[in-house]
Ligand binder design. Structure first.
Ligand code: RP5
Length: 167
């Protein structure tokens, strides 16, 4: 993976390791499909805690409207980012080697009351849906983006309507 950054990113995509990229690239691909200015990079909660704090503390002032954070195992990255910023954090559980991401899911979803992390499905679907949720948030104040999102939904409806089961 390579670090990515649009000139004025509104969505930040971070992950605990470059090994998370196989999953997290699906969030970035969705943001690209909708033409959303974004940035993507590795921020590890336990290997680079100072940089994680700096990222969260500067997020709002830099114009980020949401942060999509993916991590695996004892996945504290989304929760710790959320602890340090009021920018909405969307957590993506990355599949882990031994527990298939159920550990990641529980680590991210079980936030104590007061500091929310919106938590998505384990893996690729979660990464793509986190991006779609971020896009939906932006679309609340952007009619053009809202129309694009409606069109995206309509395409899925058409595909489902045309589905034929094997004989
Ligand atoms: C977490 O540990 C990362 O989010 C990753 O999912 C997991 C394993 O990291 P690596 O050992 O592959 O760097 O911090």
């Amino acid at each position: 993976m390579t670090n990515e950054a649009s000139s004025q990113p509104v969505i930040g995509v971070v992950m605990g390791s470059s090994s998370d990229w196989d999953v997290m690239q699906h969030a970035v691909a969705m943001l690209k499909e909708f033409g959303i200015a974004h940035e993507a990079q590795v921020i590890s909660a336990h290997r680079m805690p100072d940089q994680m704090f700096a990222y969260a503390e500067s997020a709002r002032a830099r114009g980020l409207r949401a942060i999509i954070a993916g991590a695996g195992g004892a996945a504290h990255l989304p929760g710790m980012l959320a602890a340090k910023t009021i920018v909405p954090v969307l957590g993506v559980p990355v599949p882990s080697k031994y527990l298939r991401g159920e550990d990641s899911l529980l680590s991210i979803v079980q936030m104590p009351k007061g500091i929310p992390v919106s938590t998505f499905a384990i893996g690729e679907a979660g990464a793509a849906n986190a991006a779609l949720a971020a896009i939906a948030m932006l679309a609340t104040t952007d009619d053009k983006l809202a129309a694009s999102l409606q069109e995206f939904r309509a395409k899925q409806t058409k595909i489902a309507l045309e589905m034929i089961l094997p004989k």
